[in-house]
Design a protein around this ligand. Structure first.
Ligand code: KG4
Ligand code: ZN
Length: 339
């Protein structure tokens, strides 16, 4: 089965074709970073308009790159939430309409399920069951993954997501949007030990996270030490990554998992990968990440997740539905009758 995947939940237009036998056939990604940079963050209306301008030529190119014709596409998958409603509507409307025109099924994919399954696009793949840590700009979640589509959220952020904390702290340090990669780069030149940032909620039981206090800590430290930006970046990164690691270790022990998936934008962070690989080796746990370019938003993960659902006979009706908020837990009941 060959599935066209469309991702437009935020500021990246991602298009891809996945073949259920051969894997990823072709993909293209257009980032709107330059468009939003002067505003210091994503402007939803501009994002929607830009998706509209880029999406159709991208779909045409990806079909051509895959060496296919439109008749060869067996299904269309699009992100139907969570995300910016206007941006989601662009991909959902076009995706649903193309499926109708091509007379093939369509499927609305949960963006975070896309992130969660992104490591399956690689040669070395995890096996169910496993623990997943999703760390993106909008979410931080620890998830028990029993099987495909069987997800149980074990813990999540009660305030800022990990990526959001990176972006907000980067702004405080005067770095340009999107802040995560810029802060990570600056941290490379800093001293991780000069300042000791708190590791929120690690001193009490449970698997929830709280990252909003770290940006205030960064602001106060900067006011007292205006020339210490690199050291602050390094101490902040150290605090976020170690907090994630401590909670992950706790969840791994509690669930006796042998495998861990780390995915979402922040999983591109090299310091995180260094610490998590070390932790995995210490505990005899195999750690899986997507390749760098599939850590952040992309069409390939949506095509893959959509393909898995279509293979199990799931598809949407003719209505076009998007959701700004959508819990991952609710997916477990979605096709329980098919499994
Ligand atoms: O998964 P993603 O593309 O979008 C959402 O679904 O939210 O994640 C984007 C987030 C941003 O907050 C960005 O700053 C962060 O991932 N990010 C990073 C790195 N690369 C991207 N954070 C830390 N280090 C990085 N290398
Ligand atoms: Zn994302």
């Amino acid at each position: 089965m060959r599935v066209l995947g469309i991702e437009t939940s935020c500021d990246e237009t991602g298009i891809a074709i996945v073949d259920s036998e051969k894997g990823l056939l072709a993909h293209e990604l257009y980032s709107q970073v330059a468009l939003h940079a002067e505003y210091g963050g994503v402007v939803p209306e501009l994002a929607s308009r830009d998706h509209i301008q880029k999406i159709l030529p991208m779909i045409e190119r990806v079909i051509e790159k895959a060496g296919l014709r439109t008749e060869d596409i067996d299904g269309v998958a699009y992100t139907s939430g969570p995300g910016l409603v206007g941006a989601l509507l662009v991909g959902a409307t076009l995706g649903r309409s193309l499926a109708y025109a091509w007379n093939v099924p369509a499927i609305g994919v949960h963006h975070m399920e896309g992130h969660l399954l992104a490591p399956f696009l690689e040669e070395r793949q995890p096996e169910f069951p496993f623990l997943a840590l999703l760390v993106s700009g909008g979410h931080t979640m620890l998830i028990d993954v029993e099987a495909f589509g069987k997800y149980r959220v074990l813990g999540e952020s009660v305030d800022d997501a990990a990526g959001e904390a990176f972006d907000k702290t980067a702004k405080i340090l005067g770095l340009s949007y999107p802040g995560g990669p810029a802060l990570a780069k600056l941290a490379l030149t800093g001293d991780r030990k000069r300042f000791k940032f708190p590791r929120p909620m690690t001193d009490r039981p449970g698997l929830d996270f709280s990252f909003s206090g770290l940006k205030t800590f960064a602001l106060n430290t900067l006011q007292e030490n205006p020339d210490a930006k690199a050291d602050i970046a390094a101490a902040f990164e150290d605090a976020v990554v170690n907090t994630l690691r401590i909670k992950c270790e706790r969840a791994l022990k509690e669930g006796m998992y042998r495998q861990l998936v780390v995915s979402g934008g922040v999983s591109a962070n090299l310091y995180l990968r260094e610490l998590f690989d070390k932790m995995g080796a210490e505990h005899g746990v195999d750690v899986f990440y997507p390749r760098q370019e599939f850590c952040t938003d992309n069409g390939a993960m949506i095509a893959f997740a959509g393909c898995q659902r279509l293979l199990r006979g799931e598809h949407v009706g003719l209505e076009i539905e998007v959701k700004a908020r959508w819990s991952l837990d609710s997916l477990s009941s979605r096709f329980s009758s098919d499994v």
